[in-house]
Ligand binder design. Structure first.
Ligand SMILES: NC(=O)c1ccc[n+]([C@@H]2O[C@H](COP(=O)([O-])OP(=O)(O)OC[C@H]3O[C@@H](n4cnc5c(N)ncnc54)[C@H](O)[C@@H]3O)[C@@H](O)[C@H]2O)c1
Length: 252
């Protein structure tokens, strides 16, 4: 459908070599976008998308703010300014906030949270301030419900890092609306990716009993929501957190 078409748009996806990231890269290419596929290790996405001229794999540590300008310059030279930013890079962590390892907690916050703000600020200055755009942050269904769900798939520090992403989404949506930027988050439930570091059957056995649709998700389950939030179809939606979780958490 025309309103989901992303022809002529440039999308920057971080964490593009991971489970959800790679599915997003493929989904955006299918929607006719050009994709800057950034990851600490871009080799897996480069191998998966080999020969596809719409994809530019690139190395980027999102927690290294000084590296971002160069990536944006290369992106601009190849495909023009970034229209859609997907802050997807993330790390799982299992630390307790009250007495967990301070350094591990700091790393989680640095990658999952601070980098989202830093990259968004730089992309906003580089292109979106003038020409508008779309920002999609990947949060998590467990975020602020972590305590209720007994953390379920991460530690309190992970929940904390993602709860801030949800708040940040709403604050940035408010600040950037006058420039024609929409900012939304997708909050995945339990999705089978390398993040869980165990076979799918184990993740299924551990979590599916608490998921009304009766199964854990696959990376492909996130793609429709991302293309929707990147496209004209969602032009009147901003500041929202869209849970894609089989009903595991139902928000009002
Ligand atoms: N899988 C789930 O159940 C689930 C649930 C909720 C939210 N999420 C979120 O979805 C996003 C994607 O996770 P995934 O499940 O695909 O995990 P994944 O481990 O498969 O992929 C994460 C990717 O991020 C990259 N990355 C890590 N640190 C980075 C850094 N500093 N700079 C650049 N890239 C970096 C990794 O190299 C990896 O390719 C994450 O933000 C994660 O927190 C996942």
């Amino acid at each position: 459908m025309q309103i989901f078409d992303l022809a002529g748009k440039t999308v920057l996806v971080t964490g593009a070599s991971g489970g959800i990231g790679l599915a997003l890269v493929k989904g955006f290419v299918e929607a006719s976008a050009n994709v800057i596929a950034a990851d600490l290790d871009p080799e897996p996405v480069a191998a998966a998308m080999q020969g596809n001229d719409s994809v530019m794999p690139i190395a980027l540590d999102v927690s290294d703010a000084s590296a971002i300008d160069e990536v944006l310059a290369q992106a601009r030279a190849r495909f023009g300014p970034v229209d859609i930013l997907v802050n997807n890079a993330g790390v799982k962590s299992g630390e307790r906030l009250i007495d967990g390892d301070r350094k591990k907690i700091q790393l989680t916050l640095s990658v999952n949270t601070e980098a989202v703000l830093n990259l968004t600020r730089l992309v906003y200055q580089d292109s979106m301030k003038k020409s508008g755009g779309r920002i999609i942050n990947i949060g998590s269904s467990i975020s602020s419900r972590g305590a209720i769900l007994n953390y379920q798939a991460g530690g309190a520090d992970y929940c904390y890092s993602k709860a801030i992403v949800h708040d940040l989404t709403q604050l940035l949506a408010y600040e950037t609306a006058p420039q024609g930027v929409t900012v939304n988050a997708i909050a995945p439930g339990i999705i089978h990716t390398p993040l869980h570091d165990r076979p799918a059957e184990e993740t299924e056995a551990r979590h599916s009993g608490r998921i009304p649709l009766g199964r854990i998700g696959q990376p492909q389950d996130i793609v429709g929501a991302a293309v929707f939030l990147a496209s004209e179809a969602s032009s009147y939606i901003t500041g929202q957190v869209l849970h894609v979780n089989g009903g595991m958490v139902m928000s009002d």
